[in-house]
Design a protein around this ligand. Structure first.
Ligand SMILES: *Cc1c(COP(=O)(O)O)cnc(C)c1O
Length: 243
């Protein structure tokens, strides 16, 4: 098990480096997040002890269940799944960033809780760039109005945009939803009234990390290529049943 994970990590880092080289980018421009849903704590430990530092979970319960076993390690945690407002308080015990901010009432409830705790939180806005009903996220046209609306929640620090994108075996089908996220960022920069000038793009998974990096990704979220198959079939991509 250990050898596999170490080998896979090397491969993934090589893929990231090669993709960066191919598009004239520095490898240090792209951060690796380990997508650890369904992955037991013992496997996560192997990756962290090998030098990784950032993990993402889709469910609060998984952070909670694995917490005791990982307590002695220095791990940064992001939430990357669909967040129900009744889980906010618990999720905030673990994470420094929520990458899946996708609706106004979630922003409002997060702000309320953060005010109580007297802290700020990094957020990425999740965008549904593949227009699939099975995925959460704002539609592209909603993003700028949303940013303007949540500006009043000063505890939320907007750090970037996140998308899952369309997953397919064909590159040509995956590319448009990745490119779209970059275009949305350009639109945000062009809309001066948002006041936003620096947004990271969180996109790219096991299947499409090279494409995502070519399109400007700053953070790839990788599960399968490091920890192996989750044996959950297609269903995992229906975010509606993720929790
Ligand atoms: C599971 C998951 C990933 C990782 O997907 P893999 O194909 O296993 O690399 C990335 N992002 C999100 C939001 C996920 O749920």
């Amino acid at each position: 098990m250990k050898e596999n994970i170490l080998y896979n990590l090397k491969q993934v880092h090589a893929r990231i480096e090669n993709a960066c080289k191919a598009s004239g980018r520095k490898a240090s421009d792209v951060q690796l997040l380990l997508a650890t849903k369904t992955v037991p704590a013992a496997k996560i430990r192997i990756a962290i002890e090998a030098g990784e530092s950032l993990i993402g979970e889709n469910k609060m319960q998984e952070f909670r269940d694995k917490d005791a076993e990982l307590k002695d390690l220095n791990i940064e945690r992001h939430f990357i799944g669909h967040l129900q407002t009744n889980k906010i308080k618990d999720v905030l015990k673990y994470v420094t960033c929520i990458q899946s901010l996708d609706r106004l009432n979630l922003a409002e409830e997060l702000h309320k809780q953060l005010q109580k705790e007297n802290r700020n939180l990094d957020v990425f806005i999740q965008v549904n760039t593949s227009f699939e009903e099975s995925k959460f996220g704002l539609s592209p046209a909603e993003v700028i109005p949303f940013i303007k609306e949540i500006k009043k929640y000063e505890t939320l620090k907007i750090k970037g945009l996140m998308t899952i994108g369309l997953l397919d075996v064909e590159k040509e089908k995956m590319l448009p939803s990745l490119r779209l996220l970059k275009e949305i960022r350009d639109d945000i920069y062009a809309e001066k009234t948002t006041g936003i000038t620096d947004l990271k793009l969180s996109m790219g998974m096991s299947q499409d990390l090279e494409l995502a990096i070519a399109e400007g990704s700053n953070l790839v979220r990788i599960g399968t290529s490091i920890f192996g198959n989750r044996f959950l079939g297609k269903e995992i991509w229906n975010e509606n049943i993720a929790e």
